[in-house]
Design a protein around this ligand. Structure first.
Ligand SMILES: Cc1cc2nc3c(=O)[nH]c(=O)nc-3n(C[C@H](O)[C@H](O)[C@H](O)COP(=O)(O)OP(=O)(O)OC[C@H]3O[C@@H](n4cnc5c(N)ncnc54)[C@H](O)[C@@H]3O)c2cc1C
Length: 404
């Protein structure tokens, strides 16, 4: 952040911005806390200094991949197959920690680790997991997840138009997938398509760079998560061997199992995004002078900060309880849906208040908070919109489905 004049009267050192008021990180054991500290160090020392440049350029910072590999966090909370393992709480806190500095990096990780690896872990055969997960855990092969289509988003459960037709030991895929994160450059795609024989949704691993008929066009000029490269995938008579058909993915229920976990992850990302915006706002309020005083000394500014921290803390408590339910084997579809809806809605408020606190500087990328403000919009909509999450929750509350 550019230098801001200090008040001459200020003698006492002011507290460092702290968005972990209720000491959430302390709920981890020492070994997992160490992992979290390493992720924080990576995000603050390697990502923070360069990320605005990449955001402005609409490009992905490949220079970060070697350090990310060294962190050894591929396959967090997945057991075996060369994965890092660890608790669901650690996975959540890592996603939060990443998003605290940059939601694009958190999203890149969430797509590769949660959606792509998570699909193979949940729906792949033993052989498929042995083959694909170890190189993905080492970040040697990067994955994406193709569910959404140009004409089918919220209605994906019943409406996919991408087709899969079996011909002997080969499947022929036809159709398009839109918004697919990492797809313009990654190695493999988990594609969900409708089997024309039984009308059920099935998953396929497609090798992006070597499969004829598979092409990706980068989606340009986004206003959010500009560092994540999203693509429009087109499949024209794309032939995939039966060995790449996810053997335990029998219907859309298996996609829903994956989405349950990744919505849980997005709730953590939304919490982290507002933590970062809040911390930037606190620092600015301590340094920016108006009327000869730091703006943080004004009552209305303190009220804004207190409201931001209340949002952050409410979200943190919600996602930690969601992690406990996960560990107890009690996580249904409705708790992650409520967590995603609630945290993303609070995030939108928090980042808007943070931006407001910066005045005009709040719309300049130079001061970071504009990036949080813009990126929050994508988190709010992806992996199921606010309305779709609330329909899942509404069904759990009433026992009545409002889905068509
Ligand atoms: C940055 C970004 C990254 C993404 N990454 C991926 C990815 O990696 N893989 C992937 O498969 N997809 C990805 N997506 C797609 C994302 O999951 C969809 O955008 C999202 O599910 C919403 O679908 P849609 O955009 O088609 O909106 P639509 O479904 O067209 O919805 C438009 C509006 O209508 C509302 N609406 C729809 N149906 C109802 C209803 N029954 N009742 C009330 N309101 C309703 C919605 O809530 C929304 O407000 C990504 C999207 C973005 C923006």
């Amino acid at each position: 952040m550019p230098a801001v004049a200090k008040t001459p009267a200020q003698t006492r050192p002011l507290p460092k911005p702290n968005s972990d008021f209720y000491e959430l990180a302390q709920t981890l054991g020492p070994e997992e806390r160490e992992v979290l500290q390493q992720v924080r160090a990576f995000m603050e020392s390697k990502v923070a200094p360069i990320i605005n440049k990449y955001w402005a350029e609409d490009s992905f910072p490949f220079e970060l991949l070697p350090a990310l590999k060294e962190l050894g966090i591929g396959g967090l909370a997945l057991q075996g197959y060369g994965c890092r393992g660890g608790s669901a709480l650690l996975l959540g806190l890592v996603a939060m920690e990443m998003s605290r500095v940059d939601s694009s990096i958190a999203t890149f990780f969430g797509v590769h680790d949660g959606l792509a690896m998570g699909s193979i872990y949940a729906a792949g055969s033993e052989e498929q997991k042995q083959k694909w997960l170890p190189p993905m855990a080492r970040f040697e092969k990067i994955g994406c997840f193709g569910l959404t289509e140009p004409l089918v988003g919220s209605g994906a459960s019943g409406g996919l138009t991408t087709t899969a037709k079996r011909e002997g030991d080969t499947w022929v895929l036809n159709g398009q997938k839109k918004w697919i994160g990492n797809s313009p450059w990654c190695d493999l795609s988990v594609i969900w398509a409708k089997d024309v024989a039984d009308n059920q949704v099935k998953g396929f691993i497609v090798e992006n760079k070597t499969t004829p008929g598979f092409s990706v066009e980068k989606i340009a000029d986004k206003i959010a998560l500009k560092v994540v490269q999203n693509g429009l995938i087109t499949m024209k008579d794309c032939r995939v061997p039966e060995e790449n058909h996810l053997q335990n993915g029998k219907s859309f229920r298996d996609v829903a199992r994956v989405l349950r976990m990744t919505r849980y992850l997005v709730a953590w990302e939304a919490t982290g995004c507002q933590m970062g915006a809040f911390e930037h706002a606190v620092k600015y309020s301590q340094e920016r002078l108006q009327f000869g005083k730091p703006i943080g000394s004004f009552q209305l500014v303190q009220d804004l900060l207190a409201r931001m921290l209340a949002n952050v803390t409410a979200c943190q408590c919600l996602v930690v309880r969601t992690a406990q339910l996960h560990a107890e084997g009690k996580l249904g579809d409705h708790q992650p849906a409520l967590a995603k809806a609630y945290t993303t809605a609070r995030m939108r408020e928090t980042v808007a208040w943070a931006r407001e606190l910066f005045g005009g500087n709040g719309i300049s990328l130079e001061y970071d908070v504009a990036r949080y403000f813009a990126d929050a919009e994508a988190l709010y909509s992806y992996e199921g919109t606010y309305q779709m999450q609330n329909l899942i929750v509404g069904k759990a509350i009433t026992g009545l489905s409002a889905f068509l």
